[in-house]
Design a protein around this ligand. Structure first.
Ligand code: SF4
Ligand code: SF4
Length: 236
């Protein structure tokens, strides 16, 4: 099928594009605010260590929200995710995140290592709240530096593929608020995959029952708005 047939006529495309641009703008604005707050928290944490407690708060909020809405927290509410999509994106070549990096063994390994370190350090520093806060800030700084390197060589959201909060949210919220497809409407144009910030491929649902790494869907809705055939939707 030709480009015009697949993506619709110019007249059909116009409202789709307007809705897509609007959604992208609104997401971007929220991410700029939260991404900037992330920088303030990270720098501020080195001067006032109690700021570090925002990490466990993010963990509880992210995984808690995942139990109802999937990985929605990581879209723009997570300050580091927003930092990745706004600031890290500038330095990233946007390469494909390898499948093995997003696979369960690597994610489990990173989660187990960081959790073990967390428990060990909290037990060691207990009951000094300032020392524990400092440890959180240190952990945030180190993982952010790792994320920056991953962005520099791979993709701005590469860290999000192995982030413990992201992995837990992805497992807990895998079947929550799922993206769905009207298979008859889909023309396999691939615009959904092209727009996905997590490099997911919603068009896979045309052939399979599901898409790879579906737990990583941020419920951002960009693919829904980008689809020229309105083939994608979330539950009402
Ligand atoms: S679901 Fe994706 S591949 Fe299918 S028509 Fe919509 S944008 Fe194109
Ligand atoms: S699959 Fe769609 S809703 Fe999910 S992260 Fe990708 S673009 Fe956003």
């Amino acid at each position: 099928m030709g480009e015009r047939g697949e993506r619709g006529s110019e007249k059909e495309r116009r409202p789709v594009k307007a809705a897509f641009d609007g959604a992208k703008r609104s997401r971007r604005l929220k991410q700029v605010v939260l991404g900037s707050i992330f920088v303030v928290l990270l720098v501020g944490g080195w001067f006032y260590s109690l700021v570090g407690y925002f990490i466990p708060l993010c963990m509880v909020a992210g995984v808690g929200l995942a139990s109802v809405r999937g990985r929605k927290w990581c879209n723009w509410m997570c300050p580091r995710g927003s930092f990745a999509d706004t600031y890290m994106k500038v330095i990233s070549p946007g390469r494909k995140i390898p499948g093995w990096l997003r696979g369960t063994p690597v994610r489990m390994g990173v989660l187990a290592f960081l959790m073990a370190m967390l428990v060990f350090q909290i037990a060691r520093l207990w009951p000094d709240p300032y020392a524990i806060g400092r440890f959180f800030v240190m952990l945030l700084t180190i993982t952010t530096v790792v994320g920056l390197f991953m962005a520099l060589f791979l993709h701005q959201r590469a860290w999000c593929s192995i982030c413990p909060i992201g992995s837990l949210s992805s497992w807990v919220g895998k079947d929550r608020y799922p993206l769905d497809m009207d298979k008859d409407a889909c023309v396999s144009c691939g615009l959904c995959a092209k727009t996905c910030p997590m490099q997911l491929a919603p068009q896979e649902m045309k052939e399979n029952e599901t898409m790879s790494f579906k737990g990583d869907c941020l419920k951002c809705g960009l693919c829904v708005r980008a689809c020229p055939k309105q083939a994608l939707h979330f539950p009402a």
